[in-house]
Design a protein around this ligand. Structure first.
Ligand SMILES: Nc1ncnc2c1ncn2[C@@H]1O[C@H](COP(=O)(O)OP(=O)(O)OP(=O)(O)O)[C@@H](O)[C@H]1O
Length: 322
């Protein structure tokens, strides 16, 4: 399959900060692809590279079969892009900025822009500088969509929009994907993303922590609650095919978020002395995201023996002193 976006070993090192560290990513056509990450995870840096505004330190990228480093204008002609702080000419009116952008794209751009502006009920004679934050966001979205791009790249697209417009806008992204267009968006509104995304990628401290279809992700992760007689009891090691994303203790309950846990593994816990019982539940995307970005304990964890934690910490401490 021809991917709409491909990055290979993409790395961006700023002075004193590694924003992206060897990111390999493929985005399939006709999907809504959501890039999630905490503040400073590298999302905007990635989008700036994909849209040709930033040259990476190393690695490569291809967007609609164009190398954004070699042909940034070619990419921007093919792609619709809205940044988290859209730069619009403040002295133009809403109507004038439509004519201005239409001069680059031609075709059906101006009628499509005019229709979007009327749908959003923004007066065409209003100066851009006098628009509210939400109206500004709507103008930027209308401009990015008017040439019906095969790929739409959105950095925090719904910030500033009221809840009704946000919902309508995100639902329209599903329609775009159904029509074979591709939407690549970065957002902190995880519950909104969950309603529209086909594929989820999580960037954490510049590294791609995860990239997979949302349905697959939600099917593969559960929260396991283990009820204990003794809160200090050591839990069994799980098979290496599983990944324990986080482990927390609440009184006599141990809460684990585990990837690829299967129901026959409950007995590993229930057969252990001091374990009263276990229960599991599916997690919403927001809780999965938190579990991933809190840091993984790695394959097969939780730890067999709590003293291991102390020993490992001691090793780190003595290593740093050496
Ligand atoms: N021009 C720059 N010079 C130096 N450091 C930069 C530059 N641009 C970004 N960074 C750093 O790179 C890291 C990633 O920034 P980036 O803006 O990509 O994060 P983000 O995931 O978009 O965050 P947010 O969700 O807060 O917008 C941050 O630590 C940031 O300070």
């Amino acid at each position: 399959m021809n991917h709409v976006i491909t990055t290979t070993d993409l790395t961006m090192r700023f002075r004193g900060c590694d924003a992206l560290l060897g990111v390999d990513l493929n985005v399939e056509p006709g999907t809504v692809f959501a890039l999630l990450g905490e503040n400073g995870a590298g999302k905007t840096t990635m989008i700036r590279i994909l849209t040709g505004f930033q040259k990476p330190t190393s690695g490569s990228a291809s967007v609609c079969d164009i190398d954004p480093m070699r042909d940034p204008l070619g990419v921007r002609r093919r792609v619709g892009y809205v940044s988290d702080a859209p730069a619009l000419y403040d002295w133009m009116t809403v109507g004038e900025i439509g004519w201005f952008a239409a001069s680059f794209y031609g075709g059906n751009f101006h009628p499509a822009y005019g229709e979007a502006i009327r749908r959003y009920e923004i007066p065409e004679d209003r100066k851009i500088r006098n628009l509210s934050k939400g109206q500004r966001a709507k103008v930027a979205l209308s401009l990015s969509l008017a040439h019906d791009p095969e790929l739409l790249i959105l950095d925090e697209p719904t910030s500033g929009l009221d809840p009704m417009v946000r919902r309508d806008f995100l639902e329209s992204m599903i329609d775009r994907a159904a029509a074979g267009r591709t939407v690549f968006l970065s957002s902190h509104q995880i519950s909104e993303v969950e309603r529209v995304a086909d594929t989820i990628a999580i960037l954490h401290q510049g590294k791609l922590r995860l990239c997979c279809p949302l349905v697959e992700l939600k099917d593969s992760i559960i929260e396991l609650t283990v009820n204990l007689d003794d809160p200090l009891i050591a839990l069994p090691k799980l098979p290496d095919s599983t990944e324990t994303l986080c482990e927390e203790t609440y009184g006599r309950q141990r809460r684990l978020v585990i990837r690829d846990f299967s129901s026959d593994m409950h007995s590993l816990f229930t057969s252990r002395e001091g374990v009263v019982g276990t229960s599991e539940r599916a997690l919403p995307l927001e809780e999965i995201f938190i579990a991933y970005t809190k840091g993984s304990l790695g394959p097969g964890r939780p730890r067999e023996n709590p003293s291991e934690i102390v020993e490992e910490d001691a090793k780190v401490t003595s290593g740093s002193q050496a």
